[in-house]
Design a protein around this ligand. Structure first.
Ligand SMILES: [Zn+2]
Length: 127
């Protein structure tokens, strides 16, 4: 329980840092002043976040023995496979979290916290 609260606190910090990327104006654009004085309509996006596996597990709130991109069975994690496993569904995780469906989250190795990354438009984690 203490670990889950600590993880939720980390994600509340993420939510604060990423607020600009998930609000309604992100879809319509922000007017930003360029160094040359011109005003441009900008659409901020999270492009890259370099981490190791354990940091990704924390950021994506998955168990340390799970892939943060797809739902590969634990026994096949790290092994070559020509099978494409289904990607994590952030929309489903949002629903499961708000419905307190911990079982569904746990079955896919996802921790029961409110993860702000699930609400970022066009978030597409890659390895
Ligand atoms: Zn994977």
């Amino acid at each position: 329980m203490q670990e889950q609260q600590a993880l939720q606190t980390v994600h509340e910090v993420f939510a604060h840092l990423l607020k600009l990327l998930s609000d309604a104006r992100c879809q319509t654009g922000y007017e930003m002043i360029c160094a040359n004085g011109n005003v441009h309509l900008c659409f901020p996006k999270l492009f890259c976040w370099l981490t190791d596996h354990m940091e990704n597990a924390t950021i994506h709130a998955v168990a340390s023995n799970c892939c943060f991109v797809c739902i590969v069975p634990v026994e096949k994690l790290g092994k070559y496979s020509e099978t494409d496993y289904p990607r994590h569904s952030h929309a489903n995780y949002i629903t499961a979290y708000w419905e307190s469906d911990t079982l569904s989250l746990n079955e896919q190795g996802v921790k029961n916290i409110n993860n702000p990354l699930w609400s970022l438009p066009e978030l597409n984690p890659q390895i």
